[in-house]
Design a protein around this ligand. Structure first.
Ligand SMILES: NC(=O)c1ccc[n+]([C@@H]2O[C@H](COP(=O)([O-])OP(=O)(O)OC[C@H]3O[C@@H](n4cnc5c(N)ncnc54)[C@H](O)[C@@H]3O)[C@@H](O)[C@H]2O)c1
Length: 362
């Protein structure tokens, strides 16, 4: 899902809901195309952040879906090797830039796509807006309130648009929940119980990567829960008024029984439940392992590294402007992955238990 910070949620829902029968939403690139004002020309895209997300969802998939309407004019990343591999992966023939400033100046894109690490989004969003282009940024928009303010100021000053992408709203069962709530099936919603479980495979993976440090991803309450909070705002059609949260690190990081720097070469590999051999995945090896010499980033970091400082269990209480009370939690070492949600209303209760994955075969 995408929302624009220039459009109210109600306006956006009215617009997208009436336009789309089977789905509520426009792809962010389609949304950018809808405000593209150069008839007969392809929309010029440039992307900063040629990691796993950028290359597949914003690179390869966008080229496949919109090849007649868009063209990539530049790619930028601080890791030269990853950027070169990305160009081949995407099958494009555009110039590469270590400096996003230079890319923006030389290629003058219509839209800048930002798919870098979360804590750096604001830097590129602000640069793009102030250089006069619309920007599409991966979630989360950014990681703290100072950066939020810088982005909103740049949007106001430039008159350009930022589209932040929230793909969780696209899934059919979440859209069905939305439809049932809007249809008034349970009357007025009064409270919500929402509990999300990350398992010891996908959940653990956050602790292997840059996400394990507050300074890079703002903790999973920002990096991951941003999806869940976006769903809540949309389902409830309101905004939070009061929020408080608890978080603690009790399983990963310093809590582990032993540790190493990376899974590769780990002396505890044979007894570690979290040992993971990245070299068995060719794409991830080409993307990260073969480019470690450029930035020293290890994609298979030990989940028990001392430096991990994010929370692995989190609980949040939210009071919405429309008086709905929400109890939310996020657990990162569950045996299976998915979520339980219950909406309590004046005419009934709507419940869902969605099991998304598990680390073992059925
Ligand atoms: N919507 C979703 O479900 C979803 C899923 C995965 C990732 N994401 C988002 O996509 C973004 C990228 O995540 P990823 O998993 O691809 O991470 P990644 O580490 O694979 O890629 C990030 C890239 O950004 C580059 N980078 C970091 N800082 C930079 C800087 N200052 N200047 C230039 N390049 C820089 C890195 O070198 C790397 O190539 C994140 O914002 C993440 O939250 C969203």
């Amino acid at each position: 899902m995408n929302t624009t910070s220039k459009q109210s949620r109600r306006d956006f829902i009215a617009l997208s809901g009436s336009a789309l029968a089977g789905s509520f939403f426009l792809h962010p690139v389609a949304q950018a195309l809808s405000i593209f004002d150069k008839p007969g020309q392809k929309m010029k895209l440039a992307m900063v952040g040629t990691g796993v997300r950028g290359l597949a969802m914003w690179g390869r998939d966008v080229i496949r879906a919109y090849k007649d309407q868009v063209e990539f004019v530049g790619l930028s990343d601080k890791n030269e090797g990853r950027m070169k591999y990305g160009k081949t992966f995407m099958g494009v023939d555009c110039p590469l830039f270590l400096s996003a400033d230079q890319m923006i100046k030389e290629t003058k894109p219509d839209v800048l796509i930002v798919t870098t690490m979360d804590s750096t989004h604001h830097e590129f969003i602000v640069k793009g807006l102030l250089a006069g282009m619309n920007v599409i940024s991966e979630k989360p928009m950014t990681t703290d309130e100072v950066k939020v303010k810088a982005i909103l100021d740049a949007e106001r000053k430039s008159g350009k648009k930022l589209i932040v992408t929230f793909n969780y709203r696209y899934s059919p069962h979440r859209q069905k929940l939305y439809e049932l709530l809007r249809a008034g099936e349970i009357g007025t919603i009064t409270s919500v119980d929402f509990h999300w479980y990350l398992d010891t495979s996908h959940g653990a993976d956050y602790f292997r990567r840059w996400h394990g440090r507050k300074e890079f991803g703002g903790t999973l309450l920002v990096h991951k829960s941003t999806h869940h909070f976006d769903l809540l705002n949309w389902w409830l059609d309101s905004d939070p008024e009061e929020v408080f949260a608890y978080g603690s690190l009790e399983f990963y990081g310093k809590n582990g029984p032993f540790r190493s720097k990376t899974c590769r070469g780990c002396p505890h590999a044979s007894k570690c439940d979290f040992h993971w051999d990245i070299t068995r995945n060719e794409h991830l090896t080409k993307l990260y392992v073969e480019n470690e010499q450029y930035d020293g980033y290890y994609r298979d970091g030990c989940v028990f590294r001392e430096e991990i400082d994010i929370y692995d269990k989190m609980a949040v209480q939210i009071k919405y402007k429309n008086n709905v009370q929400v109890s939310y939690s996020l657990t990162t070492y569950s045996p299976y992955e998915g979520y339980r949600i219950a909406f309590n209303g004046t005419k009934g209760r709507l419940e869902a238990w969605i099991k998304e994955s598990q680390p073992w075969d059925e």
